[in-house]
Write a protein that binds this ligand. Sequence first.
Ligand SMILES: [Zn+2]
Length: 275
Amino acid sequence: MNPNQTICLCRVCGSDANYIFDGEVLGKYVVKYYECNECGYIQTEEPYWLEHAYRQSITPSDTGIMLRNQYNARLVLATLYILNNLDGSIVDYAGGYGILVRLLRDYGVDALWSDRYSKNLLASGFEYASGPAHLVTAFEAFEHFIEPSQELKSLLKISPNVLLSTELVANQTPAHDAWWYYGSEHGQHIGFFRTKTLEKMAAQNGKKLITDGRSYHLFTDQDVDLWKWRVTRKLVSFMPGLISRRLKSKVWSDHLHFSEKDVRTKMDANDDTSF
Ligand SMILES: [Zn+2]
C-alpha cells in the first residue's frame, strides 16, 4: 500500500474509504485508519503487525474475560429461547480457551468449540469438525477479522443464525486516543462497525439484523422481536435458571464420556499386551 494513500477500498462493502487519522499501535507502529463513505466501517491499513499482536492469543489486559463469558453464556441461553431452539446445537467460533463452551455445556447446551489460533484448554474433546448447527456465536471476534464479510459468509454456511458481539463506533468518529476499543496496546483490533455496516452485511447475505445498537448483534432469517430479545436477555442474565432448568446439565455426562474413554483406552492397551 502506498504510504501516502488517502483512499482505499472498504473491506466490508468495497466502496471508497477515506483516510481519517494515524494511530500508534503496540507502542511502535504508526497505523493509518480509514472510514468507509458508504457503510461507515472504520478499518486500519493492511495489518502487517499481527504476528507481533498475537504472540499471546488472549491479552493480559483483558481482565473482564470471565465475567464477560458468564454473561455471554446467559445471552446464548436467551437467544436460543427466542429462536425457539433451546435444544439446538451451537458452534462457538473463535472460542479462545473454551471458557464459553464449558459454561454452556454446564447449563446443558450442546456447544462445540472452534478456533484457528487458540488452544482449547477447557472444552477439550468438544471441538467442532463439520456439519450444520442451529447457532454460531462469534464473541469479540469480528473486530479482529481482516475480511469480515467473507468470515460472516462462511459462518452462515454452518448456521442460518449468527450471534456476535463487537462494540459499535459512535456516530461522531472518536479520535484514536479517545476510544479504548481501538485497542492500541494489543494491536489486535483492525475493523470497527456501525449499525449501517452490519445492515450492509445482512443485506449482502439476505438476512435480518437484530442489534441492541451497542454490543450484541444477531443475523437471522427469523422474525425476532428486539424487545422480547432484550427483556429475555435481562431476565436470564439475573436468573439463568429460568431457562437452564429446561435443559439437562452436561457436567456429569461429559465426565462419563471421558471416564468411559479412559476405560476403553486402558482396555485397548491391555489387549495389546495380552499376547
Ligand atoms: Zn463499506
